[in-house]
Design a binder for this molecule. Structure first.
Ligand code: PLP
Length: 406
């Protein structure tokens, strides 16, 4: 077993070796290095063919048509293109947009910018288990609502929204639905033939592909989503995303999606078995709380709070294990996670939250090592903490509740 152990698959995944092999064949002189837009010679044709096959593979993962897949640099750009693109193209129809407080920064920050540009945003509160009730979405709709942007799987808690129920609301009211599926694509089935999702963001590096490449699904049937581009230039991607296509990245993303689709169910079974093993062992420590939903979740993400322990202290005590507190993008700041606060967690619980995220290459031996290390650290840290004794006493519980007005 190699140390340190990587349990931060929600931040990024290693590139699958097969994907790396394919990628390397699209760079050098003896590989396919042409510009896919070069229509005057075989170098360009070979590259264009490779891009077309990759597009088919990404489309197949979603049940989409190839014409509905637009290459981007990742889910951040896909989210920007979806939200800004629709709000600008539909400005005359309305300027209201709905999202949730638990979204990734790559959605929240775009929506905040849209507010500065004159749009109105409704920020939905989830239930304490992380789910957005469809009735709450329906109640937030207005005559000038144009777009709803909600994620599929939350990157911090792993909570999986009921997309069928949410899409039913947006379809009935004829507003566009954008879904950030960066954490779920290739892990949970998504079928845009069955679900009336209009736009969907993907990122290759969350599904064992390289960083810096992603895609946006843009519905063409029965109603075509109109978008204004973010970039202007060579007119690639039907004018929606200018710039020379990065063939090697695109081919790698296609390969990654192809593998993910083939292995999805067996891989999720493997990950769920390991996650359950980890969760049972953590619960046995006592004073361990699950942040998220016990059933509607992605197996690979387990977010827990250890009562009486700050997440940073726990992570520092187990340097052999790569974990995350909250999300990687916000962990530089000292603010407790906006996602956990939106779930109604008090500050202690939010500051004690640790995210274990498992993936394709996680082994039973790694999980057992993690269980041992975390168990020992939790017992030691609680033993050192003068707070822990009062925390667990009946009076401590009362003091804590009073301090937080609960
Ligand atoms: C990782 C992630 C993103 C950002 O994706 P990039 O490809 O890194 O830009 C957006 N949304 C969610 C839910 C994510 O997990």
């Amino acid at each position: 077993m190699r140390l340190p152990i990587y349990l931060d698959y929600a931040a990024t995944t290693p590139v699958d070796p097969q994907v790396a092999r394919v990628l390397s064949q699209y760079l050098t002189q003896d590989g396919v290095f042409g510009n896919p837009s070069s229509s005057t010679h075989a170098f360009g044709h070979d590259a264009a063919r490779a891009v077309a096959i990759a597009r088919e593979r990404v489309a197949a993962l979603l049940g989409a048509a190839t014409r509905e897949i637009v290459w981007t640099s990742g889910a951040t750009e896909s989210n920007n293109l979806a939200i800004r693109g629709v709000m600008r193209a539909c400005a005359r129809r309305g300027r209201h947009l709905i999202t949730a407080k638990t979204e990734h920064k790559a959605v929240l920050d775009v929506c905040r910018q849209m507010e500065r540009e004159g749009c109105t945003v409704t920020w939905l509160d989830p239930d304490p288990d992380g789910l957005i009730p469809p009735e709450r979405l329906a109640a937030a709709l207005r005559p000038d609502t144009v777009l709803v942007s909600l994620m599929h799987v939350n990157n911090e808690t792993g909570v999986a929204q009921d997309l069928a129920a949410l899409a039913d609301v947006t379809r009935r009211h004829e507003v566009w639905l954008h879904v950030d599926a960066a954490q779920s694509a290739g892990k949970l089935p998504i079928d845009v033939c069955k679900l009336p999702i209009d736009l969907l963001s993907l990122s290759a590096h969350k599904l064992y592909g390289p960083k810096g490449i992603g895609a946006l699904y843009v519905r063409q049937h029965p109603r075509r989503v109109r978008l204004e581009p973010l970039l202007y230039g060579g007119g690639q991607e039907w004018g929606l995303r200018a710039g020379t296509l990065p063939t090697h990245q695109i081919v790698a993303m296609g390969e990654a999606c192809h593998i993910a689709q083939a292995q999805m169910s067996s891989e999720q079974t493997h990950i769920r078995t390991l996650r359950d093993r980890l969760w049972r062992a953590l619960v046995a420590l006592g004073g361990v709380l699950l942040n998220g939903h016990p059933e509607h979740n992605l197996a690979g993400i387990l977010n827990v709070s250890f009562e009486g322990i700050a997440a940073e202290a726990l992570l520092a005590a187990i340097p052999d294990i790569a974990l995350s507190t909250g999300s990687a993008c916000t962990s530089a700041g000292s603010e407790p996670s906006h996602v956990l606060r939106a779930l109604g967690c008090d500050e202690y619980r939010a500051r004690g939250a640790v995210r274990f995220s498992l993936g394709r290459f996680t082994t039973t031996a790694e999980i057992d090592h993690c269980i041992e290390a975390v168990g020992a650290a939790v017992i030691r840290l609680r033993g050192l903490s003068p707070l822990w004794e009062s925390w667990t006493s009946p009076q401590g519980t009362v003091d804590r509740a009073m301090a937080h007005g609960t």
